[in-house]
Design a protein around this ligand. Structure first.
Ligand code: C5P
Length: 453
């Protein structure tokens, strides 16, 4: 059996456990990560339970610690399901003696017959399958009609910056054969089907186009300067092929001039999906709307949007514009970034939910040297939240932010982890200085001196 078949087999065993919990009539407690992939996973899980006639309670969190388990289990769910998190909670869950499922894709060395995690069978959970993909595989084993949820699984994958390889490719093919998505190679800016071009350029934050994102006048001038003559309301999808090619080339050249990372510039154009029966015309729009809701803590709006509830489209558009204004304001903090030997860090107090996104922009759009990871720190009541971001070029040179943050946080009594390009940590308040010193050393060791001056 190949690894993907193994994954489907484990999903099928998990589906059987979920199915019998639903059949026994109790309620299913679902706890999911609060980023795009987590929101999509949670949405798939709750839809799957409800479609089987079960009842479920879904909540979102940025992290669950072992100490939180007792309260999550106190109301006596028939089954607790963790999505996009929980691989580090297996010890605590086993100790609790209560039934659980963990549907995750973060790298783990743990094995457990109630865990479905691609990394346990050698599948790369960073690039080939998201937690939404894992949850979808369980949902579709529970009931084949849940193939209808496949676009939500793909939204989770794109939200975690994954492409159409491995299990994602399989899910895209299923969605395609059901007539739910259509593959396209195109300029991947939001609003490209249903918004004016200026809007697409100005509100794009993935990629973030330095000098144009957040500046509608600059976006309009850019379009005039490159000779893309258009009516005020023309969308990108209305351009003829030649004009679209000019736009792609000029945008890419602008990004390269601004020192964006190669993968960030490559994000402009490529394989994408149109959603034929989805809440928005493109997968980039869906990801962007869910991300806006996520940052603003408007999880139920994201859920309503993903399942196509009437009226949710106007609401997510309003949230998108609010979120983007906040991002553009946050980019202003980059001027205060500080430089250590092997990394940059930014004091992002008060930016909490935006820290990861802002660091992603800083690391990729050309705000730092290209060979330099960045960490954002934001104080909470009794701890400091840390987010680290880098670009794939540095990962290829040996950087793994997940293990770097885990190791550095441990030296000061904190906890950290995540993926090689995007990871986070929580460290005790007051320990930031020692933590950064340790992190700088660990990053330096991983990279062996390739960091930009
Ligand atoms: O919070 P942030 O978006 O920066 O997290 C990036 C990644 O790091 C996520 O996948 C998250 O699950 C992981 N993380 C972690 N431990 C933490 C914080 C984040 O494993 N304390």
């Amino acid at each position: 059996m190949d690894a993907l078949e193994d994954l489907c087999q484990e999903a099928s065993e998990a589906a059987a456990k979920l199915g019998s919990a639903i059949a026994s009539g109790g309620y299913i407690r679902i706890v999911s990560h609060n980023d795009v992939d987590g929101i999509c996973s949670g949405t798939i899980a709750i839809q799957a339970v409800r479609r089987q006639g079960g009842s479920a309670h879904l909540s979102f969190s940025d992290h669950v610690y072992e100490g939180d388990l007792a309260s999550l289990l106190s109301s006596g769910p028939e089954l607790i399901v963790f999505c996009d998190m929980g691989s580090d909670l297996l010890g605590g869950l086993r100790k609790s003696g209560r039934p659980y499922l963990v549907l995750d894709h973060h790298h783990t060395g743990e094995t457990d017959d109630r865990l479905v995690n691609p990394s346990t069978m050698g599948i790369d959970g960073t690039s080939e399958v998201s937690a939404s993909g894992v949850t979808y595989l369980v949902a579709r084993e529970l009931n084949p009609d849940n193939v209808e949820l496949s676009p939500i699984a793909l939204c989770g994958a794109f939200g975690d910056m994954q492409g159409l390889t491995g299990a994602n490719e399989m899910i895209a093919s299923e969605a395609e054969s059901e007539g739910l998505v259509e593959r396209r190679e195109e300029l991947r800016l939001i609003g490209r089907v249903d918004r004016p071009m200026e809007y697409s350029i100005c509100y794009s934050t993935l990629p973030f186009i330095k000098g144009l994102s957040g500046n509608q006048m600059a976006a309009a001038k850019f379009l005039r300067d490159i000779g893309v003559e258009v009516e005020a309301k023309t969308s990108i999808s209305e351009l003829d092929d030649e004009m679209e090619r000019v736009l792609i080339r000029e945008l890419a050249e602008k990004m390269v001039r601004e020192d964006a990372s190669t993968p960030e510039a490559e994000r402009l154009f490529g394989r994408s999906l149109r959603l034929l029966d989805g809440p928005s015309p493109t997968i980039e729009d869906a990801v962007d709307y869910v991300e806006s809701c996520s940052a603003l803590g408007e999880y139920s709006t994201a859920l309503a949007y993903l399942v196509g509830s009437p009226g949710s489209g106007d609401e997510v558009e309003r949230l998108r514009l609010r979120y983007k204004e906040k991002i553009f304001e946050g980019v202003g903090t980059f001027e205060s970034a500080k430089r250590m030997e092997n990394l940059d860090y930014i004091d992002l107090d008060g930016w909490d939910e935006y820290v990861g996104k802002l660091c992603g922009i800083y690391a990729n759009a050309g705000f730092s040297g290209r060979l330099r990871p960045v960490f954002g720190l934001s104080k909470r009541e009794d701890s400091v939240k840390v987010s680290g971001r880098t670009n794939p070029e540095l990962v290829r040179k040996g950087l793994d932010l997940g293990s770097a943050l885990s190791e550095a946080a441990r030296t000061v009594g904190g906890q950290g982890g995540g993926h090689s390009v995007a990871a986070g940590a929580k460290v005790p308040l007051g320990a930031e200085g020692d933590f950064l010193e340790s992190l700088d050393r660990v990053v330096g060791n991983q990279l062996g001196g390739v960091v930009d001056e």
